[in-house]
Write a protein that binds this ligand. Sequence first.
Ligand code: SF4
Length: 100
Amino acid sequence: MRVHGQKRIKFYLNSSHITTASMPLSTLKYTNGEVTVVWKPDTCIHSKICWTELREVFDPFKKPWINMDGGTTERIIEQVRKCPSGALSYFMNNDGDDAK
Ligand code: SF4
């Protein structure tokens, strides 16, 4: 099963209880040439804040789920900074790979 690109494995503890655990996946990066958004699937708590506030960029029903052409660099950065879990971060391409 994949959720937001995250692979989950079901564990059957007994006949009435099912739980899942996440396998670590690599960090995913998306860029518009000016800014790069970094997404860590294992850190995402699925708060929905990104895709309810900026659906033109963050849409979990599309692939890729982050469309860097959907908003300005400033608006994307503003939204990334609202991510409560730290799953989203960014770096300016001119600054190198130093995610904020
Ligand atoms: S705002 Fe952050 S924690 Fe919430 S769904 Fe988006 S990436 Fe995940």
